[in-house]
Design a protein around this ligand. Structure first.
Ligand code: SAH
Length: 348
């Protein structure tokens, strides 16, 4: 039977029109699914019994399963979720002051192959369907009985390689009879897949863009992010400027700071130079190395180096932030939890 949540709002409405019902019935059902998260058709109290029986004969309501939940001392909660075909993904709840961010996955695994990233070790399994992207938020809201203020696509996968599903998901996340989160509170983070940035610029909603730059010349970026060999820094920045022009919105450059790779004064100077004409914020992320990763080609970065690099940046750039490491004690970097569990099952 079909999972009714695999229907878009348009399709739900169309279904009800096709069976001779009014448009608003479809909207009511959509609301039960995406605003009230019912587990059963019988909870849809403003839908007649006859209609509920018809729905039950054609559809089921499915949710992902929580396979594992790890709670960090700092409040970060990492979930390993199982989708209906047995594929597993990670989603993280990150509280920070008044802000509660949910970090969602857009793919199971990833094909981008960034050298420092744990999801990359698992290769791409498949794209997530739009409802599987939204369900990550829903399942956490049910579990914690709390709402997120912000959504970022910094879990597993490259969102711009699954843009159609992502946009469909954003429609529901943003919908006032769906999750109801403002578009400006939703950040799409990309490895720098240039055609996807041009595509996203055409998407009318005012979502935020974050670009994982991570290096300041093509030699270093080629080494840590293979996508750079196809879309080098100059092309990437050109597409980012286009995005800013169309959207009239500042972007964020993520910069994963890796000891001895991209942390020198020259790197800082180049990063300032590269971004000086771009309306942007720079977010420095100290590289996270899993405690289980004994073969890492990278060394842990010390707080002194992070501090010095940040000072150099602040001298040359107006908007620099450091991402505080969250949930270190629970394998914070996305991809790690999945590796651990799959590894134990002998699958990964
Ligand atoms: N593919 C998208 C989204 C997933 S990665 C992207 O590249 O943006 C989300 C962010 O986590 C990126 O900025 C990425 O550079 C960063 N990241 C990946 N592995 C990391 C690690 N081990 N430590 C710190 N940041 C990491």
């Amino acid at each position: 039977m079909i999972n009714i949540k695999s229907l878009t709002k348009k399709q739900v409405v169309q279904y009800f029109i096709d069976i001779g019902e009014k448009t608003f019935k479809g909207k009511q059902v959509f609301k039960w699914l995406w605003q009230k998260y019912v587990l059963d058709f019988d909870e849809m109290t403003d839908i007649s019994k006859k209609l509920r029986e018809k729905l039950k004969s054609e559809f089921v309501i499915e949710y992902p399963k929580i396979l594992k939940k790890q709670i960090s001392k700092d409040g970060t909660i990492k979930y390993l979720l199982e989708l209906n075909d047995g594929v597993t993904i990670e989603t993280v709840w990150i509280p920070s002051g008044r802000r509660n961010t949910i970090c969602i996955s857009t793919q199971a695994g990833c094909a981008m192959g960034c050298k420092f990233c744990y999801t990359a070790k698992q290769e791409l399994i498949r794209n997530l369907a739009f409802f599987e992207i939204v369900d990550q938020i829903v399942i956490i809201m049910i579990d914690l009985k709390k709402r997120p203020t912000n959504i970022v696509t910094m879990g597993m996968g490259e969102p711009l390689k699954n843009l159609k599903n992502l946009e469909e998901a954003i429609e529901i996340i943003n919908d006032e009879i769906g999750i109801g989160i403002a578009a400006r509170k939703i950040t799409v983070s990309t490895v720098g897949f240039v055609p996807g940035i041009y595509e996203l610029a055409k998407y009318p909603k005012q979502i935020k863009l974050s670009v994982s730059l991570n290096a300041t010349n093509d030699k270093i970026r080629d080494y840590i992010m293979p996508i750079n060999k196809i879309y080098p820094i100059e092309k990437l920045l050109y597409s980012v400027k286009h995005f800013i022009k169309v959207k009239r919105k500042r972007v964020t450059f993520e910069y994963v700071l890796i000891k001895g790779v991209n942390d020198s004064k020259d790197d800082a100077d180049r990063l300032i130079e590269l971004t000086k004409d771009i309306e942007c914020k720079i977010n420095i992320i100290p590289l996270n190395i899993s405690i289980n990763d004994i073969d890492s080609p990278f060394k842990p970065i010390d707080s002194k180096t992070v501090e010095i690099f940040t000072k150099w940046m602040m001298k040359g750039h107006k908007a620099v932030t450091i991402r505080k490491s969250k949930g270190r004690d629970i394998d914070a970097a996305c991809g790690e939890l999945r590796i651990e569990v799959e590894g134990k099952n002998g699958k990964g």
